[in-house]
Design a protein around this ligand. Sequence first.
Ligand code: ATP
Ligand code: MG
Length: 574
Amino acid sequence: MKFSKMFIPTTKETPNDATLPSHQFLVRAGFIAQTGAGIYDFMPLGKIVLDKIRAIVKEEMDEAGANEVQFGFVTPLSLWQESGRATTMGPELLRFKDRKNADFVLSPTNEEAVVNMVKNRITSYKDLPINLYQIYTKFRDEARPRFGLMRGREFLMKDAYSFHATQEDLVREFELMEATYKRVYERLGLEFRVVEADSGAIGGSGSKEFHVLANSGEDTIVVCDSCDYGANIEAAKRKKRHFTPWFENTEIDVKQERVETVGFKTIEEVSNFLSVSQAQTIKAVIKTAVYEEEKKVVVFFVRGDDELEETKACNSVDALELLDSSEDEITQAGLCAGYVGPFNLPAGITFVIDEEIKGEHGLVCGANEENYHLTGTDLSSLKDATYFDLVAVQEGDKCNCCGGELRYTKGIEAGHIFQLGSKYSEAMEANFLDANGKSQPFIMGCYGIGVSRLVAAVIEQNHDEKGCIWTKTTAPFLVDVIVSNAKKDDELNAGLEIYEGLKKAGISTIIDDRTKERFGFKMGDFELIGFPYAVVVGKKLTEGFVEIVERKTLEKQEVALDKVVETLQTLIAQ
Ligand code: ATP
Ligand code: MG
């Protein structure tokens, strides 16, 4: 490809809202152009990169035996009513009406569409398993589209859905998809980590995310330094902590007591006043849980030195979301802020206690009475309490698998695989006949890869202050032949010869043959766009030499004209 014939509008201008390097560089280097909030066009170089990533994803999915399909981008709302998601999905689901006043949505994901495709077409266990996928546009009316391709409203996703007769077969496919995804990210040249993920309201352990490691990642991932354990903070577990109360192993029988704590409301104030560690107190976190048709105040209890993990908390009460409760809501619920505890709560209040403090003895908590706390409590005496893992694992906590130290790292969610079970097939009455002739709902898995997000993720992980540094498999072209002065025939001809030679050797190459631009400008474009290598045809040409520049290190080496192809082949193969 020739620069002079390609539309590559590079610019020095950074969009005002672009805080991430990938957003800045992809716009500045002419890969993408924004047309609306969270909506981007792919210009020629961007389209090449997108297609390269898409091709790798397709090859690996096909290799795994999945079938490519394409669902309509527009789906009738009726399918979403069948599954129940028309009401649970919220404002991310963009709905609209056609001229006949019929309701439609722009597909944010396709569980309903795929169940509709398979229903009544696959009727016997003999035709299972099957895995159907597409690589196609999605639309989610994200509340805060940002970071360029990272969180768009319109984006490209590979979504796959598998159908099985048994749970064991689903697990087999889930593991196959995990291996397939690993190959995809390895081939893309990315450093990534597979982590346990939140399975949402469906629960279970069958959900894993694939994170591209980058400081700018929106997700906090908990990893163990001594073993393979990794989990999104929304799902991370740690070794149970236990703090021995002072009276343990003594004859002293500590009883629950009501003590005056006038004006002391925070964990810090109470623990200082009563001379106990914060770990030996119970913290109450009051939230308003939002459901389809109601809102209610819910209290979560965690150890005083722990923090509530909102996703876990939300799952524990099956809510759509949790909001901070207002002072009015707290008072109306009969709660006394600063003095809330799990004993003697006002009737009807829903509360959940963190699993870690189940059965603990001797903790301090609010007495549900202004200016009073309880000491010496015994949680095992609480009847009908619900326990759930509610806490955010902290750095330094111990790994539940090996006892090693846990720490945080940042990741970009680039893929998510999920054991769905029969949630959608049951709701949409999609059944098959099993080996005994009995009708059963399909057991399903679903598997997503953020194809357009990956374009940004490659750059988040691979850039410097000058611009993009594409990995070899994602680069729009591997080599940029820069003709220093394309007005000079000998330079242009030598450049074209190298360009043809590289193409013949199967190396994807672009030649910067622009006559209007000076050498410095072309070099700047090379650095900004981030082709892995440049061949500079310039001053030394008369002596039979050109320069090969590696984008990553910006190191240069002089190479004889007849050694260019060979040298690049060696470099590329490394
Ligand atoms: P996130 O937590 O980042 O909002 P999600 O969990 O809602 O993502 P999934 O439903 O698991 O996303 O979708 C599968 C993949 O699609 C994600 O792993 C991610 O790579 C990609 N993806 C999701 N939302 C967006 C978006 N708004 N823009 C670009 N890619 C996205
Ligand atoms: Mg996800």
